[in-house]
Design a protein around this ligand. Structure first.
Ligand SMILES: Nc1ncnc2c1ncn2[C@@H]1O[C@H](COP(=O)(O)OP(=O)(O)O)[C@@H](O)[C@H]1O
Ligand SMILES: CC(=O)N[C@@H](CCC(=O)OP(=O)(O)O)C(=O)O
Length: 293
């Protein structure tokens, strides 16, 4: 169990390593599947607080897919996914916003605040942070082998990120915690995959690191073994042959995109490991899958 002594020890051990990230942005995508019990949540919040205390600029982008699924289920609405993205009608997007920008966002803010920091909860709507457009996705129909356009409803893609507010927060004591919901210029509210959203934020900030905390050790091969390092072309091959599927597809696609946009290091790792964020940043090769150009 963590206590003040452990925290002080962690901070003193972490400080020298953290100098490499001083004044740099580290975007941490906290996936819905990585949100475990209270203790795990506290360890995550403590890591984020320690980063800020060490002079790093942490930005949390969170998901909440399983939590949205449970809420929809309670309301008698079935979840349907295409290529890892939730098909989102008008009713669903209201619930998505409620769960993501409402309860989950505030839970994370409260956890970080409980570690003595000032977290501030945002979504794309706040401070004109992100504008989205309706996502245009296609898929190859396995029966006919013909490409078809998917209508995912109010699923969006971030098209504009205004970093003004984030720059302001970076210079302040505050830690942004961002839910992946954004307005469109058409006045609609869009549900954005949290990985894609985190990639857009990291890209706009030229982040030093983009970490994806999920519920598996990283990208796994066909034999379910961890792939420690994955090149962009290998990753594309694994998506094509189906080894990478479901929610791992937008994650890996975002990693590729983020590298192209100048993010220096992108890692997928197990958020169910306590202090996963600190362990990743403080060890040379980390624990998960490092995606390389
Ligand atoms: N090759 C793969 N390696 C690891 N996980 C994979 C792979 N292919 C599909 N997955 C699935 O992707 C999931 C992670 O994505 P997702 O469920 O969206 O998590 P999160 O909520 O953290 O974003 C894993 O739990 C696993 O079921
Ligand atoms: C379009 C789309 O799929 N949006 C996601 C947003 C939440 C998310 O991405 O959460 P995780 O990171 O926990 O998967 C959804 O509705 O589930």
């Amino acid at each position: 169990m963590d206590n003040a002594e452990t925290q002080a020890r962690l901070l003193s051990e972490a400080l020298p390593y953290m100098q490499a990230y001083e004044n740099k942005s580290v975007v941490v995508k906290y996936g819905g599947h990585a949100m475990g019990d209270t203790e795990l949540g506290r360890a995550f919040a403590r890591d984020i607080a320690l980063l800020k205390q060490s002079g790093v600029n942490p930005i949390v982008v969170h998901g909440g897919g399983p939590q949205i699924g449970r809420m929809l289920n309670q309301m008698g609405i079935e979840s349907r996914f295409e290529g890892g993205l939730r098909v989102t009608d008008a009713e669903t997007v209201r619930i998505v916003e409620m769960v993501l920008a409402g309860s989950i966002n505030k839970e994370i803010v409260a956890m970080i605040n409980a570690e003595g920091e000032w977290a501030i909860g945002l979504c794309g709507k706040d401070g004109n942070l992100v504008f989205a457009e309706k996502a245009t996705k296609t898929m190859i129909d396995p029966d006919s082998n013909i490409e078809k356009v998917l209508d995912l409803g109010f699923v969006g893609e971030p098209v504009e990120v205004d970093r003004t507010l984030l720059d302001l927060l970076a210079r302040s004591e505050m830690i942004p915690v961002i839910a992946p919901v954004a307005p469109g210029r058409d006045g609609a509210t869009y549900n954005i995959n949290a990985d894609t959203f985190a990639g857009a934020i990291a890209g706009s900030l030229n982040a030093s690191r983009l970490l994806f905390l999920t519920d598996v050790p990283g990208v796994l091969n066909k034999d379910k073994e961890l792939i420690k390092e994955l090149s962009v072309s290998e990753a594309k091959g694994l998506i094509r042959n189906g080894t990478i599927s479901g929610g791992m597809i937008p994650k890996v696609e975002t990693c590729i995109d983020a590298l192209e946009r100048g993010v220096e290091g992108v890692v997928i790792l197990n958020g169910k490991t306590r202090h996963a964020v600190l362990l990743e940043l403080l060890t040379e090769h980390g624990a998960g899958t490092l995606i390389v150009p």
